[in-house]
Design a protein around this ligand. Structure first.
Ligand SMILES: *Cc1c(COP(=O)(O)O)cnc(C)c1O
Length: 355
């Protein structure tokens, strides 16, 4: 008996909708405000000429520099192919497929569900409250069998921080039962809110970081997991032998040098100023119902006719991210903070819309 290729594939992979990345969605734009990237390329030169050799699994200098930046010890830091790989490594190390579950709180980042579905792990969702904060009683009711709770703070796409008191309560209710994974992909835009200082009190706290956003290196694919030495040791068992290529480690070294970090902080300050201007500009427009505060390099806004707005800007080469289908976000579009000129172009295009 013969089977089609489709039949041969795992059932959960047949059923899987892949992550709809901004890149996959395409568009023919010249103003890209849809992937929370830094708008300009930062130049780097390669200094390593040893591509005949396999790279280190955990390049020493990268770990040292990130450790110093995060205020931790090297045994508390893992480097991986983006924060996305960290999301998946945690599931592979801590969740038994078809038995354990992960939990997260929509509207939030899309990769938690995609990774769980790919590996065959149940995921449970507990929507955030109307103020976009955690619904702790509902989470408490859903924790049975949950090994990982992913909390994105500041949250993508809403842009808000999760209350630290609620995070403490979550850490208390999960102690001895599950890990709490704080996704801090945007923490450089609000560094005072990082939970890195809590790692010493909570061995079941895990923090995800990336060079893709504030560090302007989305194309590099480099992220970090910060956790207790026990958690890091377990992740080291399941990570690929050579997760980072030699050029990636080389560029990450430079990005994490003193000058690299100073440049990142300068970029963050510029983006924050641009963000506040964009919020003010959007609030003056008729087609905009509400613009939300943000602690990140993007803002979420609610439009009176978001689908039309999205399409009309798309047709003018200004590409935003549609969040209209996410729970509680009807009419919402997410706008990444580009250069001042790019934001002005988006505002000008919105101003000229009918209605
Ligand atoms: C962009 C993003 C990531 C992915 O980071 P990479 O390092 O590029 O894989 C993870 N979490 C959130 C919330 C993000 O927005």
């Amino acid at each position: 008996m013969s089977s089609t290729i489709q039949d041969l594939a795992r059932a959960n992979v047949r059923a899987l909708t892949p992550y709809q990345s901004a890149r996959r969605l395409g568009g023919k734009g010249d103003v890209w405000l849809n992937a929370n990237e830094y708008p300009l390329a930062v130049p780097f030169e390669l200094s390593q000429q040893t591509l005949n050799r396999y790279p280190e699994c955990q390049p020493k200098l990268v770990i040292e520099r990130y450790t110093a930046y995060a205020g931790l010890t090297p045994e508390q830091v893992l480097v991986s192919r983006g924060a996305d790989e960290g999301i998946e490594l945690l599931m592979r190390a801590f969740c038994e497929p078809s038995r354990d579950a992960v939990l997260f709180c929509p509207p939030t980042y899309g990769m938690y569900s995609v990774s769980a579905e790919t590996i065959g792990i149940e995921y449970r969702t507990v929507e955030v409250r109307e103020d976009w904060q955690l619904n702790l009683p509902a989470i408490a009711e859903q924790l049975d069998g949950v090994k990982l709770v992913y909390v994105c703070s500041p949250n993508n796409p809403t842009g808000n921080l999760i209350n630290p008191d609620d995070l403490r309560q979550l850490l208390e209710m999960t102690r001895g039962k599950a890990l709490v994974v704080a996704d801090e992909a945007y923490i450089e835009f609000c560094p005072q809110a990082s939970l890195a200082g809590w790692l010493k009190d909570y061995p079941h706290l895990v923090i995800l970081r990336t060079l893709s956003k504030a560090f302007a290196l989305a194309g590099l694919r480099c992220g970090f997991t910060l956790a207790s030495t026990e958690v890091i040791a377990l992740l080291m068992k399941v990570i690929a032998p050579y997760p980072l290529s030699t050029p990636v480690a080389d560029i990450a070294d430079q990005a994490l040098s003193e000058q690299g970090i100073a440049l990142m902080r300068q970029h963050v300050a510029e983006l924050v100023a641009t963000r506040e201007q964009l919020i003010a500009d959007l609030r003056s427009l008729n087609c905009v119902e509400q613009v939300y505060e943000s602690d990140t390099n993007y803002i979420l806004a609610r439009f009176t006719a978001s689908s039309q707005v999205f399409k009309m800007l798309w047709d003018q080469g200004i590409i935003l991210r549609d969040q209209n289908k996410q729970p509680g976000l009807a009419g919402c579009l997410r706008i990444s903070i580009g250069t001042r000129e790019e934001c002005q172009r988006a505002v000008a295009a919105l101003k000229s819309l009918p209605g």
